[in-house]
Design a protein around this ligand. Structure first.
Ligand SMILES: NC(=O)c1ccc[n+]([C@@H]2O[C@H](COP(=O)([O-])OP(=O)(O)OC[C@H]3O[C@@H](n4cnc5c(N)ncnc54)[C@H](O)[C@@H]3O)[C@@H](O)[C@H]2O)c1
Ligand SMILES: O=C(O)C(=O)C[C@]1(C(=O)O)C=C[C@@H](O)C=C1
Length: 366
């Protein structure tokens, strides 16, 4: 029997989820977005089977409702659903990055037709909108579930079955532990990334050339500062219960670091950096988790016209897809380096083989 699912909010996450639901043979996917152009784009590009022009209409037609809007929009939709006249039961889920405010809003439901299971696919991007959506976004990432009002184990299993094409790893957690864990590894780092960018911006007034020097390290650590400000504003305020203690800890830790540096305390500073390296090196980079499964290859190139296109031409000839390319360093007259990222280990190995064969110096990051 077919299950009808409404995806409300067809942006990066909603669009990517819809693409996966479309692969399920027994699912009819309805899409709603407050932006009409997005609804049209989703329908004409087969992200959904059917578009509706109101949230209420979509809810009436659906067996399952997936809320994929910003956190505040999800809370509002949860409140609206409580007031709807519904002729049959609905299972509602969401994808929001914060869980407690969402679960708390659903816990207020007096409408007996509604039951709720919170969801959060732990993968994403600093990009936004349906244009950035892709089916493989959640591959190998964790997808967290938080059972809520009137939900059963069968509801969680049904969602997991319907989302199987995401190829994500399912974990069930409690709303509080969810918000604390994601506060540490996802939300709080956004504040730090943005504050580093602000610091660089201030120094640019003193040395206008600062901006030009922002190379690999600064770019790596601040990538997420390019994310959608409105979405992150919502997340940080909605998860302030976790963010405030983390900010207090951080300020204390920065003061300790200041003392290590001021006091020339080589031993403690070295120990601090070493412990961070050990923990960072042990993060699951290849198969699971919030870090995308990219395989990197570093290639030395000459600083001369056409150097980049020669490398990409060799890879294109060998039918190898590059998912990201970054020029790490090209200074006048000297050799520079490219970082090429691939989605699979096979592509990485093949790249190494064909570039070495063409005389390039190639290094792999394990
Ligand atoms: N971006 C990430 O990395 C990421 C990862 C996991 C979860 N999330 C969560 O997913 C949700 C969506 O984020 P996104 O990155 O897809 O954002 P997005 O900006 O790419 O997409 C949001 C979409 O929702 C639509 N929308 C906004 N308010 C609406 C409303 N009231 N009704 C209907 N449509 C509405 C917008 O028009 C837009 O198309 C957020 O709750 C976010 O916390 C984001
Ligand atoms: O990769 C990114 O740019 C992300 O910010 C993705 C990220 C994360 O912090 O890891 C962001 C928000 C989520 O709710 C889940 C994933």
């Amino acid at each position: 029997m077919n299950t009808t699912i409404l995806v409300s909010g067809l942006g990066l996450i909603g669009g990517s989820i819809a693409l996966n639901l479309m692969k399920h043979p027994n699912v009819h996917v309805i899409g709603y977005d407050q932006n009409q152009d997005t609804r049209n784009y989703a329908y004409h590009n087969r992200f959904i089977h059917q578009a509706v022009d109101s949230f209420n209409k979509g809810v009436q037609l659906a067996d399952i409702v997936m809320l994929a809007m910003p956190v505040q929009g999800c809370i509002q939709a949860i409140q609206e659903m409580n007031e709807m006249q519904l002729d049959r039961a609905k299972l509602v889920t969401d994808v929001a990055s914060v869980k407690k405010p969402i679960l708390d809003a659903a816990a207020q439901w007096t409408n007996e037709q509604l039951r709720f299971v919170g969801g959060h696919p732990m993968a994403g991007s600093h990009k936004q909108g349906i244009i950035a959506a892709k089916a493989h976004l959640f591959e190998n990432a964790y997808y967290l579930f938080v059972p809520g009002i009137r939900s059963t184990e069968q509801d969680v299993s049904q969602l997991q079955h319907l989302l199987r094409e995401t190829k994500s790893h399912y974990v069930t957690v409690d709303k509080r532990e969810h918000d604390q864990m994601t506060g540490v590894i996802s939300h709080f780092p956004h504040l730090i990334a943005s504050s580093l960018v602000h610091q660089a911006k201030k120094w640019q007034r003193v040395y206008p050339f600062t901006h030009e020097l922002a190379a690999g390290g600064f770019r790596d650590i601040t990538r997420i500062a390019s994310s959608h400000p409105k979405m992150w504003n919502d997340i940080l305020i909605q998860n302030k219960e976790s963010i405030i203690p983390l900010l207090n800890d951080w300020i204390q830790e920065m003061n300790e670091l200041k003392q290590f540096v001021e006091g020339n305390n080589h031993e403690q500073l070295h120990q601090y950096l070493k412990e961070a390296k050990v923990f960072r090196d042990d993060l699951p980079t290849k198969n699971k988790g919030a870090i995308p499964a990219f395989y990197d290859v570093f290639v030395d190139i000459k600083d001369q016209p056409g150097a980049l296109s020669e490398v990409t031409h060799i890879l294109a000839m060998a039918n190898i897809s590059i998912v990201n390319i970054r020029i790490l360093e090209v200074r006048e007259g000297i050799t520079g380096a490219l970082r090429l990222s691939f989605q699979t280990e096979a592509d990485k190995n093949q790249c190494q083989y064909v570039l070495k064969r063409s005389g390039y110096d190639v290094m792999i990051q394990e």
